[in-house]
Design a protein around this ligand. Sequence first.
Ligand code: FPP
Length: 249
Amino acid sequence: MAESTDSSNVPRHIAFIMDGNGRWAKARGLPRLKGHEAGAETVRLVIRCCRDWGVRYLTLYAFSTENWRRPALEVNGLMRLLQKFLQENEGGLHEHGVRLRVIGRRGDLPGSVRREVERVEAATVNYDSGELILALSYGGRVEIAEAARRIAEKVAKGELKPGAVNEKVVTDHLYAPDVPDPDLVVRTSGEFRTSNFLPWQSVYSEWLITPVLWPDFSESDFQAVIEAYTRRNRRFGGVESGVTKESNG
Ligand code: FPP
């Protein structure tokens, strides 16, 4: 860890929008899938960086509800890549006590991918050194709509009073209610969009856009991101800590 970085300020939860695989491949005259393969190597690197820096929760936007619109060749290749990634990296999760979770419409996934994901989730469910959260067939609006539907069902059955529905109740019906909100959301490849990623959970997150394409994202980029985060002053709608209401005028 860099000496200048205060470890108490390292984010507890980082979420990444891993963008730029296609452009990385195109720039090299390669098929898009080669970009995703290179991106999977960056995933391994970032998991290691989180361990080294003491970041406990890592969420990765690996496949959105909108990504099903891509050509079948790319979608199938991404699904195969995911399965391979899980098979090749499960050992590391066990070795380091990392729990795997998936958020998203898991029922949309091909049966073999879903079975593999759920097998690894079950095998790592008791680990508590860190959490790797893969957003798969994930869409933030769908997540909120599904939560609303389940809440409405409980209200209809008389299990919940309409007046009791508050922010906590909504959070409790999201995919991973016990995971703290991301402190930091990073998007690679220079795009300034949130793309339906964690809209409920990221309202107070720090956002950071880097021009680096995901397959090129390196350990020093990770360090730069952490250092930029530690320099930011999170106020959650309040005032700077140590500044009283009176002194703030
Ligand atoms: C966006 O880049 C990236 C994706 C839609 C897929 C991300 C998948 C990986 C990084 C690899 C597999 C993941 C795991 C967890 C093993 P893009 O294709 O939209 O890039 P472009 O905007 O340059 O076209």
